[in-house]
Design a protein around this ligand. Structure first.
Ligand SMILES: N[C@@H](CCC(=O)N[C@@H](CS)C(=O)NCC(=O)O)C(=O)O
Length: 201
């Protein structure tokens, strides 16, 4: 059985819950009390020395980091649809995973942590990063339905949650019409799972 060490309000954890849902994989949740500091317990640091969620335990195989977990699940359980053989397509997916871990994490995700949980941040820098990445993604989606190729991939799953949660970070995303249409395409996928706080039409 797969166990997901999870926090319900975490967009990084939502990436994993979403892919598990789309792949129709059974799993159990082990909630980690981040407010109570459980992520810094010796047991959790053993799973992830960075003291973060998500962490996946698949029959004793421990994987930390949302992007790495998406790669694992796609390759292990997804088949060709989720883990293409083509080198160029894989490179494009890797580029978006990197964007999720960098610009999306340092822009919209950081602003949300600040507005929702009060973490001190450089709001100007995060705002600049958020505007830039939101614009780039919206222009990228102008002529294509998905971030890479002609079907959903883990690139979409990695980037999606913190864009859909951007209003919780005080960002107005109403003008990013290509992005909003992409949200709707993701939400129409069989097995889609939602999360509180995400943009609603
Ligand atoms: N690069 C990591 C970032 C994970 C991360 O920032 N997790 C947050 C929750 S969204 C966390 O566990 N924070 C607790 C802490 O840092 O103490 C990933 O993508 O999984």
């Amino acid at each position: 059985m797969i166990t997901l060490y999870d926090m319900s309000l975490s967009g990084n954890c939502h990436k994993v819950r979403l892919l598990l849902g789309l792949l129709v994989l059974p799993y159990q949740i082990q909630a980690v009390d981040l407010r109570g500091g459980e992520q810094r317990s010796p047991e959790h640091l053993q799973r992830n020395p960075f003291g973060q969620v998500p962490v996946l335990d698949d029959e004793g195989l421990i994987i930390r980091d949302s992007q790495a977990i998406l790669v694992y699940l796609a390759k292990r359980y997804g088949g060709e649809k989720w883990w293409p053989d083509d080198a160029y397509q894989l490179a494009q997916i890797a580029a978006w995973l990197s964007t999720a871990a960098n610009e999306v994490a340092n822009g919209p995700a950081k602003l949300r942590v600040h507005h929702k949980f009060g973490s001190p941040i450089d709001t100007a820098a995060a705002g600049h990063t958020a505007d830039k990445v939101l614009g780039i993604i919206d222009r990228h989606l102008q002529n294509q339905d998905w971030l890479v190729g002609d079907s959903v991939s883990i690139a979409d799953i990695a980037v999606y949650p913190y864009l859909a949660l951007a209003p919780e970070g005080g960002l107005d995303i109403e003008t990013y019409s290509n992005t909003l249409a992409w949200f709707q395409r993701l939400r129409a996928l069989p097995g889609y799972v939602a999360m509180p706080g995400m943009w609603q039409a």
